[in-house]
Design a protein around this ligand. Structure first.
Ligand code: BV8
Length: 243
């Protein structure tokens, strides 16, 4: 055992893991948008009218009070509409523009990856899409002010946010893309997630079970089973990691 083996700087180690990998899975969470001004879920901003996200982002809450849930989502649209992608989103978009073999999965619904130019698999849907509760037709909707409960042009039925709520399954194509990436990846880059929400967090565990090396970027320790922990903000670390 080489007793004086110099411990590699974790950033250098992560860089060499990414450059050696053929297939890479990236999973982002609310933390990557924090420096754009989008509140995270489990930080102090995780409550609204003293209800938790889990209470509001559920089919039960919508069935009980669709107006309350729409007001919450419209408030979030107003917040996000004033936000721009930060250096972390841009670094990922620039990197995936030339780096082959990268699948970018996001738990976020804010659309900032897409504005930055990334092709992304949305595991939990989009803040900017409505879905008809009668036939499931989806349409883009950029409105941020409450103008009465939205009705679908197709059926004249109530529309809901096209977002995956707690207790609901993820879109089939997103699950297939996610697990395919997890099984094929030699490296996983996790950015800004507490790693508690399933099945998104499951994807990282699957990849690690398939011998992928997991790199975790977070300002704090989290539940991500990482081999390399890069502690700091995504907007600072990603440009340095992916340059
Ligand atoms: C499912 C859309 C089953 C909503 C979201 C009881 C009842 C029902 C279900 C369950 C239950 N118990 C457990 C479950 C499963 C549940 C779950 O996992 N719950 C958790 C809370 C334990 N999962 C589900 O319900 C899923 N569906 O299981 O279906 C089923 C099965 C078969 C058939 C039918 C049904 C659906 C989960 C999806 C829920 N929807 N989003 C909306 O946005 O309105 S989840 C929500 O959490 C967001 O998408 C968010 O992205 C996601 C994960 O949170 P994070 O992204 O990690 O955000 P968080 O705030 O937690 O962490 C931010 C991190 O960033 C922190 O670590 C922080 O340190 C770090 N950070 C901060 N700043 C920075 C930073 N890092 C870097 N740089 C910075 N600057």
């Amino acid at each position: 055992m080489n007793a004086c083996k110099k411990l590699m700087d974790p950033l250098d180690e992560a860089r060499s893991v990414l450059s050696a990998a053929q297939e890479i899975m990236v999973l982002t969470g609310a933390g990557i948008s924090a420096e754009s001004g989008v509140p995270t879920f489990r930080g102090e901003g995780g409550y609204w009218r003293n209800k938790s996200y889990e209470e509001l982002a559920s089919p039960q809450a919508f069935a009980q009070d669709p107006r309350l849930v729409w007001e919450w989502y419209l408030m979030r649209r107003q917040t996000v509409a004033a936000c721009r992608p930060n250096r972390a989103h841009v670094a990922l978009a620039d990197w995936t523009a030339w780096r082959q073999g990268v699948t970018l999965l996001t738990q976020n619904v804010d659309g900032l990856h897409e504005i930055a130019g990334s092709e992304v698999v949305r595991l939990h849907g989009s803040l900017w899409v409505n879905r008809c509760i009668a036939c499931g037709l989806e349409r883009d909707d950029r409105r941020t002010a409450f103008e009465g409960l939205p009705m679908s042009p197709c059926c004249g039925a109530l529309e809901r946010p096209a977002i995956v709520w707690f207790g609901e399954s993820l879109p089939r194509e997103a699950v297939i893309a996610g697990f395919t990436a997890a099984f094929q990846a030699q490296a996983v880059l996790v950015v800004g997630t507490s790693g508690v929400v399933m099945p998104a967090a499951e994807l990282v565990k699957e990849a690690a079970n398939n011998q992928a090396i997991v790199i975790d970027v977070n300002t704090e320790d989290d539940a991500v089973p990482a081999h390399i922990k890069l502690r700091g903000s995504a907007a600072d670390l990603l440009p340095r990691l992916l340059a």
